[in-house]
Ligand binder design. Sequence first.
Ligand code: GLU
Length: 501
Amino acid sequence: MTATSPRPVRVRFAPSPTGSLHIGGLRTALYNWLFARHHDGVFVLRIEDTDQKRYDPQALRVLMESLRWAGLDWDEGPEVGGGYGPYVQSERLGLYQRWANWLVENGHAYPAYETPEELEQMRKEQEAGGGKRGYNRAHRDLMPDQRAAFEAEGRPKVIRLKMPLEGEMLVQDAIQGEVRFDYGVLQDMVLLKADGFPTYHLAHVVDDHFMAISHVIRAVEWLSSLPVHWQLWQAFGWEIPTYAHVPVMLNPNGKGKMSKRNPPRDAHGNIIPVLVHDYIAAGYLSEAAFNFLANNSWNFGDDQEVYTPQEAVARFDLTGINPTNAALQIDKLDWYNGVYIRRLDPLDLARRLRPFLESAGYEVNVDLLSALAPLLQPRLKRLSAEEVMAYAGFLFAEDFPPPPREVLLKGFKGDAATAGTALRSAGEALAGLAAFDAAQIEGVLRAAAEALGMKPKEFFSLLRNALTGQEVTPPLFDTLPLIGRDESLRRLAEAAAALAG
Ligand code: GLU
């Protein structure tokens, strides 16, 4: 089968609910979604929960939240149903058992009865002997009476795939190109475990067949097991879907896959999120994440980096995915985030900022916030509590206390008495203004700086410290009218008093 296969396009994202979704997993889902939408096909969400030891009951909810956050809606799967369900593997156990038995009956697989102790013993001997590792195929050709004896003993059994002992296979991967494997180095993998649960190898082939999947777009980590899957497809005699192995997202330094156990750090030593829900919490816009992930290994063309999901859908093609593993460039994501924050309607931005202020216990004056939003828009990098509070908190604080001395004097070269005098002159200049607007405020403050013989920059930063307690804020002259004249004068006077004390 090739990408030009006439089959109707049906793809699936098949996460294992073992924890929160990895950012690389979201990118795999995104490529599946783009492919399905481009071909007017179907995007299936299938839950691969056959590893009972690693099952996390919270995972499914978080996973669906993460997909929906990114705008990746599924046409079939949990919560939406569909004609090929159930879409949760633990609800399909009978099917896997039936087909595992079919493989045994048709000579493609066999039961193996080794106990865990025997397998451990075999492993130790291999280690000591330095020979070939892995299952030694001891039960591949058991005589019927030996099998019957093991059965009679009541030994637990697994079912293993009979791999060809030699030869090679050649596959055309839609992203990786031609891949070749030597059968001789491969093992007889377990298909069905002693507890009756299938392994990934068996379950995904059975499901992809019965769910009529046309293209398997999955992480490149699975490429090395492809011969096992290929062998299974051939044994069943089913139509093989096109395989497309998506490159891995590497740490920002280009070394190793991003892992939540050992999270990468940025140039300032801050942790770079690995899980989608941490990106959400860090204040990334879903629009930015979508564009960033699409662009991480896929090329839109025309040197265009900013595009909407609809534009991406129109152009998406598996051959546009670069097979080389790509490092996550967090600066690039920050850049995208800024682009999308600036594209928001200011009222929409205000709406998104409000919950942060409210959770910090502030009563939000909506008009004030709407007036502030356009000032913040060019400056905000992320919509996180930390950033929103830093830029906007000072405006909503009910009793804004004078900032501590060291904050007031930050960046000020003179002594506290000089600073106090400067703050008082600013207050006097502002008190006499006819209209409290940005242009007039700037005029009188520049004049005041000159009269004091101070550099405007130093004077303004002193005022900013006193009025906001923050080093970086929206422009001072625009901010003052939002704080209001009376409140500004109060803050300046209190700060001057604090410096005198
Ligand atoms: N459950 C597998 C995983 O989470 C799915 C791989 C696939 O897409 O087939 O890695």
